[in-house]
Design a protein around this ligand. Structure first.
Ligand SMILES: Cc1ncc(COP(=O)(O)O)c(C=O)c1O
Length: 477
């Protein structure tokens, strides 16, 4: 094996510089992984709070076996009949609403979203796409064009004419965040922004092609869109001739626990759903699911859809094993129980550390929003950077994201345990204390705690916290 320094040097020479490493000054060399733990070249373990791709746990034996077994028998393209692709399609469709009944298998989330856009264009005959501020949908040119997270960077390609950016429906630090309004009212206010874009497109004599959004917004900062938002947006987009695409590449496959797909918690029916990352537990396999009508429009073009690796027997054997493992190991239930425990403990932490402005999440998708001041909600990227680095030194891997790089993200493998949460929380507690001691500028307004734990008016009030606070003997600040 190359020494770590040799790896760093060779990587510098051989791999494109824009492929960035975590912890660039002292990157991690990970040589093996198991369940929710990763091991470096010295066999030191790191607790993985960030790899949502290793959904059922790194190197899960059932998934590895399914891939190896199928690889030793056959791997070829899907122009031959094979059972694995059919079993996989059946499993996927059994988790979705009935209107979504046709699958296309691809190799990555980017391919899935690119095909979704192509289907939408063909079906509607329109070009104009509405996407969200700070959204990321993939690395293909078509997707960089609609990903504000990338095209709006100083060196980015800028906004193309067919792309329309709607405000991120973030009720904590977005455009609409009036605490006197209910969640539904805020949802309607954000939806109105999309309706206005639809109207503008129509005023120009055009129709909408598609509205695309993650059902929970990850790169935008672990944002949970308010109720009513998607319902009204979907109505407006359809009334303007468009279709609605739910990007479930990050948040699907039961991460939120109570549903297989995050859009299901909003009781909406997308026209196209894209899925990827967790589907292969690290193996590249992804899928687009759509309606019979959209699929028929595609078919009517007479142009064959061929994808060399999409839906091959090995990929589908692996995806089937992922599905089975989620079910046999009750990982959705685990996401509910451990996710709730994580959220509750983050709330407890927020009572102790004023730098925590908001805690939000569903299942094993949780974010902590760090602020300089709770009243102004000014983001605190400096603290986030400090915490990120210190947690790594403590062998706990977290990520920081959001437009201001101030959101601590948790999206661990679904086998994460309450003991893991305890380890993360006690370490975070210590690290926040260190930050407070180090930071001379640390002075925040404590009069009001926004987010879940508030004056009781908030629709986001989080009930289990009371019992936990009593149990843990922590007084509210
Ligand atoms: C929401 C979302 N959609 C799509 C993609 C693209 O997926 P991939 O990197 O597998 O092409 C990503 C990747 O991070 C993503 O986060």
């Amino acid at each position: 094996m190359l020494s770590k320094q040799e790896s760093i040097d060779l990587r510098g020479k051989l791999i494109g510089e824009s492929c960035q490493l975590f912890f660039r000054k002292n990157p991690l060399k990970i040589v093996r992984a198991n369940a929710q733990y990763m091991y470096d070249e010295k066999d030191d373990a790191y607790l993985d709070c960030i790899n949502n791709v290793a959904h059922v746990g790194h190197c899960h034996p059932a998934v590895v076996k399914a891939g190896c077994d199928q690889m030793s028998v056959l791997n070829t393209n899907n122009r031959f009949l094979h059972d694995n692709i059919l079993l996989c399609a059946q499993k996927i469709l059994s988790t979705l609403p009935e209107n979504l009944s046709v699958c296309y298998f691809v190799n990555s989330g980017s391919e899935a979203n690119d095909l979704a856009l192509r289907l939408a264009q063909i079906h509607t005959g329109n070009k104009d796409v509405i996407a969200l501020e700070h959204a990321y949908h993939g690395h293909l040119t078509s997707l960089i064009d609609i990903s504000h997270y990338k095209f709006d960077l100083p060196g980015g390609v800028g906004r193309k004419d067919h792309v329309h950016v709607a405000p991120i429906p973030d009720t904590y630090r977005g455009k609409h965040r009036d605490s006197n309004k209910s969640e539904e009212e805020l949802g309607s206010m954000y939806a109105e922004e999309v309706r206005a874009i639809c109207n503008k497109i129509q005023e120009k004599g055009k129709g909408v092609c598609a509205f695309i959004a993650e059902s929970l917004i990850s790169c935008g900062g672990q944002v949970i869109p308010p109720n009513q938002y998607f319902n009204e947006v979907y109505d407006a987009v359809r009334a303007s001739g468009g279709v609605c695409i739910a990007d479930e590449v990050q948040v699907g496959f039961g991460r939120i626990g109570k549903h297989w797909w995050a859009f299901q918690q909003y009781d909406v029916y997308p026209d196209i759903v894209t899925m990827g990352k967790p589907m292969g537990n690290g193996h590249p396999v992804a899928c687009v699911v759509t309606t019979k009508e959209i699929s028929e429009s595609f078919n009517k073009t007479g142009v064959e859809y061929f994808n060399t690796y999409g839906g091959n027997p090995v990929s589908c054997a692996i995806a089937n094993a992922v599905f089975d493992t989620i079910e046999t190991e009750n990982l959705r239930e685990n996401a509910v129980v451990v996710g709730e425990y994580l959220l509750d403990n983050c709330q407890i932490l927020s009572r102790k550390h004023k730098v925590i402005g908001d805690v939000r999440g569903v299942g094993l998708f949780v974010g902590i929003d760090l602020v300089k001041d709770r009243e102004t909600r000014e983001p605190n990227p400096k603290c986030a950077k400090f915490v990120h680095q210190r947690m790594r030194e403590e062998h706990i891997l977290i990520t920081i994201d959001g437009p201001h790089s101030n959101i601590i993200k948790f999206k661990p493998p679904m086998v994460f345990t309450k003991e893991n949460v305890d380890a993360v929380m006690s370490t975070l507690d210590r690290v926040f204390k260190e930050y407070r001691e180090k930071s001379e500028l640390f002075e925040v307004n404590t009069t009001r705690m926004p987010g879940y734990v508030t004056d009781g008016k908030s629709t986001k009030e989080h009930r289990p916290i009371k019992a936990l606070l009593e149990r843990s003997n922590i007084k509210s600040i």
